[in-house]
Design a protein around this ligand. Structure first.
Ligand code: ADP
Ligand code: ZN
Length: 487
């Protein structure tokens, strides 16, 4: 049973008092106090705060202090039940409307809304059209638009239903709006402002730096072995998340880790709901469990002591990478973000974009996201400087990333690049066919593989002219040319 409603008790109280009495927290964090006050005073706000920063409170607290019901739009349907449960525990009257409810349940909540019996109503964006007519008969305290980056067509997580949210500001201009996101580049930010009509909104941009996370990005050769070494040497018996691209590789990697003595559990959409719940619960409650997962895992999981997040494939965007790695070290203790990627990943993702069903605009956006991710992988600069710059924040070399700790050797690759390009041109011109990077490297290194001999590529003038450069270096050159879009 929920405790007695608290809203009646707090509506005249000061924000700090409500924070302490309802949530039991001592003080506001970061910019929470300013944000909360802005909304209480009826102003609009755009909030950029990294995951774990405490965004929910920024609309939940004003929802209690202002008169009426707060409508919270969120695409994360799976989390609504948890959020509502947590609020009810605090004595807050909350409910949600999404596709998981039947007609009777929906009616009941709609009645509660109109009767003014809710402090907060969570709602999926696709339900909005249906419910909006009721807003005219309801006292509304505020609109909160969570995951606001979903409105940006250039963003990495565009959702068409979000485009209709501009209607909220036009139809109910007197109701303050607060838009929140943990991931927005400078461009995405201005698209949010434009599409949601938030030109007048105060912007609150927290620092995106997570100084306790050590960023490391390695070439993909023997990625699993390298991962095992990271776990054994640095995170033995600690909790971590390993991200893979496909369900199959999730299963294989988790089985393999168990064979190596690491306690690993799989998590992906192909498992039954029951199995997923059980694995998630074990991860949250037991110590030292490693979850191997597709990217679906982690949304809304509030486990403070995740000591490492590893990627065995290239993430599709810097935003995605930042969000996923951000699940490490929420408690502030030293943590590792480790990523291994290879040429295969780049080729595969380019193909997925080309053959995917998106519009030309979406494809162009996806391609730019991939390029930015590759640029981060191939940089010889501080990873953190590059990452933060992507989110519009300037900083200096951090001393806690792989490129700071072990600066990569750089050399002038002009001649090598010329050799590679002329090999590519010759193969393409003479044989009217395209070959993989591995084959080009074989030719440059003068290897008489079956493929080289059967195609007569040992007769090319570039055969063997790259013996002065090692194979890993050739791979790195190819990756950098791919990353910079030259190939
Ligand atoms: P976000 O939505 O930004 O990822 P949450 O709103 O889920 O973050 O908050 C992250 C965690 O921080 C939660 O466990 C929340 O209870 C806690 N938290 C938020 N604000 C405060 C505060 N002022 N004092 C203490 N804990 C807080
Ligand atoms: Zn650095």
């Amino acid at each position: 049973m929920a405790a007695a409603p608290v809203a009646a008790l707090v509506s005249a109280a000061a924000p700090l008092e409500v924070l302490q009495r309802v949530w039991g927290y001592e003080s506001f964090r970061g910019e929470q106090a300013d944000i909360v006050q802005t909304v209480i005073d009826g102003g609009d706000a755009l909030v950029l705060m990294p995951t774990g920063g405490g965004k929910s409170l920024c609309y939940q607290l004003p929802a209690l202090i202002r008169e009426g019901t707060a409508v919270v739009v969120s695409p994360l349907i799976a989390l609504m039940q948890d959020q509502v449960d947590a609020l009810e525990q605090l004595g807050v009257r909350a409910a949600f409307l999404n596709s998981s409810l039947d007609l009777d349940q929906r009616r009941f909540i709609e009645q509660q809304l109109v009767a003014g019996e809710l402090d907060l109503l969570y709602i999926a964006p696709e339900r909005l059209q249906q419910v909006a007519p009721l807003f005219d008969r309801t006292k509304l305290s505020l609109f909160a638009i969570d995951e606001a980056h979903c409105v940006a067509q250039w963003g990495h997580d565009f959702r068409p239903e979000y485009l209709q949210l501009d209607e909220l500001g036009r139809r109910w201009p007197e109701v303050p709006r607060i838009a929140l996101t943990a991931t927005a580049t400078v461009d995405t930010r201005s698209e949010i402002v434009e599409r949601l009509g938030l030109g007048e909104a105060r912007q609150f941009v927290s620092s995106f730096d997570r100084p306790n996370i050590q960023y490391r990005i390695a070439p993909g050769a023997q990625a699993r072995q390298a991962l095992l070494k990271v776990i054994r040497d640095e995170h033995d018996g600690q909790a971590g998340i390993v991200y893979c691209l496909s369900r199959k590789s999730v299963e294989q990697t988790s089985a393999w880790l168990n064979e190596q003595g690491v306690e690993a559990l799989p998590y992906h959409a192909g498992l039954s709901g029951e199995q997923r719940r059980r694995n998630q619960q074990r991860f949250l409650r037991e110590e030292g469990i490693v979850v191997v997962a597709t990217i679906a895992f982690g949304m809304g999981i509030d486990k403070p002591d995740v000591r490492f997040v590893a990627h065995l494939n290239l993430p599709k965007s810097v935003e995605g990478y930042y969000q996923e790695t951000g699940r490490a070290g929420r408690d502030g203790a030293a943590s590792t973000a480790w990523l291994a990627y290879g040429l295969q990943d780049v080729v595969q993702q380019r193909r997925m974009i080309d053959q995917g069903g998106g519009s030309p605009v979406r494809k162009r956006a996806q391609s730019q996201h991939l390029d930015a991710m590759l640029a981060l992988c191939e940089t010889v600069e501080c990873r953190r400087v590059q990452l933060l710059r992507y989110f519009g924040q300037e900083s200096t070399a951090c001393g806690n990333c792989d490129t700071c700790l072990e600066p990569p050797p750089t050399f002038d690759a002009t001649v090598a690049v010329q050799k590679l390009l002329s090999t590519i041109v010759r193969l393409a011109r003479d044989y009217n066919q395209t070959f993989g990077a591995g084959h080009h490297i074989d030719v440059l290194l003068g290897r008489r593989t079956e493929r080289v001999e059967s195609r007569g590529h040992d007769q090319l003038s570039t055969f063997g002219i790259g013996r002065d450069v090692s194979e890993p270096t050739w791979r790195s050159i190819v990756r950098q040319l791919l990353a910079s879009g030259i190939l």
